[in-house]
Design a protein around this ligand. Structure first.
Ligand code: ADP
Ligand code: GLC
Length: 478
């Protein structure tokens, strides 16, 4: 039996700001219980819903040194869906309205969390063979395992993996402050270790010290070795390329299932979507105040509103896009300029554009379960889960060929009648728009072809099955 500990800053159903939560919450239950004991540890944020907080059980507490500070560490636990979850409690660090706030606060928050997660293990009596870390928030863990923790019997030979969900966020702050927070000696703050471009860099520490590195698609694993996608660490990615592999994400096929989804008004499957899915479209048009029209091409967007997702291309083409017989349903929060851009176009094109600038699990499911197409023209995309959800719900993805989007959406080929979506190569607004127009042409003029695209998309398997096997292989190999 191999014991694995996932250390993560978010996990569904407890707390979610993006795809990391989906992965950290749904992958652990997909391993063979005879072979692997996979547990998850995350912060207990004050902003988690009462529903979850009230179900957590107190395990223990202790005081931990963080350089010159002595901090309270509470440990709570809960079983969910057959998986053991642990929560680190500290009201000073985890009381914000959101999991992440100012970077200078987050730097100390996640130094605390990383050390606390390791320090709690002897007390809860779980000794993992492998600590599986996720993103910069847990980048210090591989460093700590090689440093102080190495001295005791308990942590000796414990292996670590770091999975990069997004190389753009690295946890960067000045060396002096990070030394003061972590208490790590000067030895670590050189360009071959934690330092990058004069500052301390948590993710870099994780990448340098982890025994294995993964990222969430094959294409992204290749892209980050190049300057355009490497976010300043492409040299390091090349240097560590023997330890780096891409494993594409899956989604929870029980949670995301149009046949059983309770958030949809009308359930459907690959056999009856032609008749049934349209009923959800009608309901959504009514709910959002869009023009009631069965045939109008309805395009969905569910996303963090950041430049990563290609909103500059969309902003540039919005007026042209809206000249077509089209409806655009947006759900997302993020950068103000994009929030306001969509608010503006919803005002300008009433009945055509619906801007929902908030977070809603229910509305996201309705969008996947109602729209004809899903737009995701990302500048970069480590994996992307929204396009997988769209495929599962018979909503045809229109994507840029980058990262996981390239690996999961097969471009439509009208001569061979193959493919599951539409894609374009260059980060160029007109290329995106031409691709949208091509999709619209197929939708309006070749309906049988369009429906076959949906058939093929819904028949794809992006459950965790095969990717969980790849992680299992990696765990066994380590
Ligand atoms: P990223 O992790 O970069 O944000 P992914 O495509 O991997 O992108 O995952 C995004 C996840 O967050 C999906 O599950 C998507 O449905 C969800 N999501 C994003 N924005 C919202 C929102 N405003 N309301 C509900 N769900 C959202
Ligand atoms: C990150 C990436 C996204 C990926 C998700 C889960 O948020 O931006 O592409 O799907 O992590 O791995």
């Amino acid at each position: 039996m191999k014991r694995i500990l996932y250390v993560t800053s978010e996990a569904v159903p407890f707390i979610k700001t993006g795809g990391l939560a989906d992965v950290a919450g749904s992958l652990p239950k997909c391993f063979n219980k005879e072979e692997f004991d996979v547990r998850v540890i995350l912060p207990k944020y004050m902003c988690m819903s009462e529903e979850w907080k009230s179900k957590m059980n107190y395990v223990t507490h202790f005081y931990m040194d963080l350089a010159w500070r002595s901090q309270y560490v509470g440990v709570l636990e809960m079983q969910y869906d057959g998986v053991q979850f642990y929560f680190i409690d500290n009201e000073y660090y985890f009381s914000g309205a959101k999991p992440y706030g100012n970077i200078y606060q987050d730097i100390e928050k996640f130094a605390f969390f990383s050390k606390a997660a390791l320090s709690a293990l002897p007390l809860i009596g779980f000794r993992p063979d492998i600590v599986h870390c996720h993103d910069w928030q847990t980048g210090l863990i591989p460093v700590l395992l090689k440093d102080k923790f190495h001295e005791g019997e308990f942590f000796r030979d414990m292996k670590s993996i770091i999975t990069i969900h997004n190389l753009k966020f690295q946890g960067v702050w000045d060396v002096k402050t990070v030394r003061d927070i972590t208490g790590l000696p000067a030895y670590y703050f050189t360009p071959d270790k934690l330092e990058a471009y004069g500052d301390a860099n948590y993710l870099k520490g994780g990448i340098v010290y982890a025994d294995a590195i993964t990222t969430v698609s094959n294409t992204y694993a290749e892209e980050i070795k190049m300057p355009f996608y490497g976010e300043g660490l492409d040299g390091l990615m090349r240097a560590r390329s023997n330890s780096l592999r891409g494993i594409v994400n899956g989604i929870d096929y029980d949670e995301y299932n149009p046949e059983t989804d309770t958030m949809l008004e009308y359930n459907y499957n690959v056999r009856n979507f032609r008749k049934e899915k349209i009923k959800n479209k009608r309901a959504l048009q009514r709910e959002l105040g869009l023009a009631q029209n069965d045939s109008t091409f309805m395009v969905g967007i569910v996303s963090r509103l950041t430049d990563q997702k290609g909103f500059d291309l969309i902003a540039h083409m919005m007026d042209e896009i809206c000249q077509n017989d089209i409806q655009l349903v947006v759900l997302g929060t993020g950068e103000e300029r994009y929030e306001n851009m969509f608010r503006h176009f919803a005002w300008k094109y009433q009945g055509k554009v619906s801007a929902n600038i908030f977070y809603s699990e229910a509305l996201s499911h309705k969008i996947y379960g109602s729209c004809d197409a899903f737009l995701m023209p990302s500048l970069f995309e480590p994996c992307g889960l929204s396009q997988l959800m769209s495929l599962r719900y018979g909503t045809v993805p229109i994507v840029r060929e980058t990262g996981g989007l390239k690996d999961t959406v097969i471009p439509y080929n009208e001569y061979e009648s193959t493919g599951t979506g539409f894609s374009f190569a260059n980060y160029n607004a007109h290329e995106m728009y031409n691709t949208m127009q091509y999709a619209m042409h197929i939708y309006y003029n070749k309906k049988r072809e369009w429906n076959k695209l949906i058939d093929r998309g819904m028949a794809m398997d992006f459950s965790w099955n095969s990717s969980a096997d790849k992680y299992a292989e990696l765990y066994n190999w380590l």
